[in-house]
Design a protein around this ligand. Structure first.
Ligand code: SAM
Ligand code: ZN
Length: 294
């Protein structure tokens, strides 16, 4: 209950940021328990401290186990260089002073990256910050809301986000699908959009261990770059490559946090799990863009 009241208070402080995903009307927090629009569309704030604005339960690919595994791996520091690089990049973006910087993580999963990035940015910049995490997966958002770090968590479709035009200063899209038309609607005129996609070396050791002819990543980064640049002025592109040694107890969570293991043979997974440790590559492309000048 405490969690619901805390979340309702936080959402109430920032209620002008919300818009109804059904009719686009303004929303307010009513009775410290729901978000309600002018027409009466109502979305209850759950006792775990998130709001679900979906009107149906979409089929989602990822389950609770995958998000728990991602949380364990994130907690080991595996994504630390990424979170630090993003916090540093946001700090250098020159966002207008004097107001709370609102950071939306679209497709935030279990929310570790948003919590870590806002924590780090707070330390580095001393700015007032609001983290907003949104994901289609209820299991992901429930895990996200369980964290101590204060943030607004929503089960929502990033193609129909429950936020007003220009309400966000930073939009993060980390290893998740994007909807650039929606991102353009949501980002403030002096805000930035950051898109992180995997490069061919990302988790390559897993692909080598599991498959005889390791598939290339399905993403074509050139296509992604072209699409990003069609919507935003590319301000910066950073390539981030590092290797992190995971001890044996982290190998099962590593396998469980990625769909790569879904198609791998059991024997191969078992022999990988017998290793004492493994050096695993993180290989990412980061695009930073701003709204195109009209
Ligand atoms: C590979 S996971 C990445 C999660 C997180 N950003 C991370 O790096 O750990 C992709 C996420 O995108 C979410 N997702 C996919 N389609 C979505 C949509 N239309 N709206 C919101 N989230 C979506 C999935 O539920 C999943 O949590
Ligand atoms: Zn409405």
């Amino acid at each position: 209950m405490k969690k619901r009241l805390q979340s309702a208070a936080l959402m109430g402080r920032f209620e002008t940021m919300f818009q109804c995903p059904m009719c686009a009307a303004e929303m307010t927090v009513a009775d410290r328990k729901s978000l309600i629009c002018k027409i009466g569309h109502t979305f209850d704030i759950a006792r775990q401290g998130y709001v679900n604005v979906m009107t149906h339960s979409p089929a989602v690919k990822y389950d609770k186990g995958l998000f728990e595994a991602r949380r364990t791996i994130a907690g080991s520091g595996f994504f630390e260089p990424l979170c630090e690089a993003l916090a540093d990049r946001i700090k250098r973006a020159g966002l207008p002073a004097g107001k709370t910087v609102k950071i939306l993580d679209a497709g935030c999963g279990e929310g570790s990256h948003l919590a870590r990035i806002t924590e780090e940015l707070q330390i580095r910049s001393g700015r007032r910050l609001l983290g907003v995490g949104m994901d289609l997966s209820k299991a992901g958002i429930i895990a996200a809301a369980r964290q101590d770090r204060e943030a607004i968590w929503c089960v929502a479709d990033l193609a129909n986000a429950p936020f007003r035009n220009r309400s966000m200063d930073v939009i993060l899209s980390i290893l998740s699908p994007s909807n650039y038309a929606e991102f353009k609607r949501l980002v403030s005129d002096d805000g930035i959009v950051i898109k992180v996609i995997p490069k061919s070396g990302y988790l390559q050791e897993l692909r080598e261990a599991f498959f005889d002819a390791p598939q290339k990543l399905a993403y074509s980064n050139q296509d992604t770059a072209d699409r990003f640049c069609a919507h935003f002025d590319l301000e910066d592109r950073m390539e981030l490559t590092y290797s992190s040694v995971l001890t044996q107890r982290l190998l099962l969570p590593l396998i469980n946090m990625t769909p790569l293991s879904w198609t791998a043979e059991k024997d191969r997974i078992n022999s990988f799990l017998k290793k004492e440790s493994a050096a695993i590559t993180v290989d990412l492309d980061v695009f930073i863009g701003r709204k195109k000048a009209k």
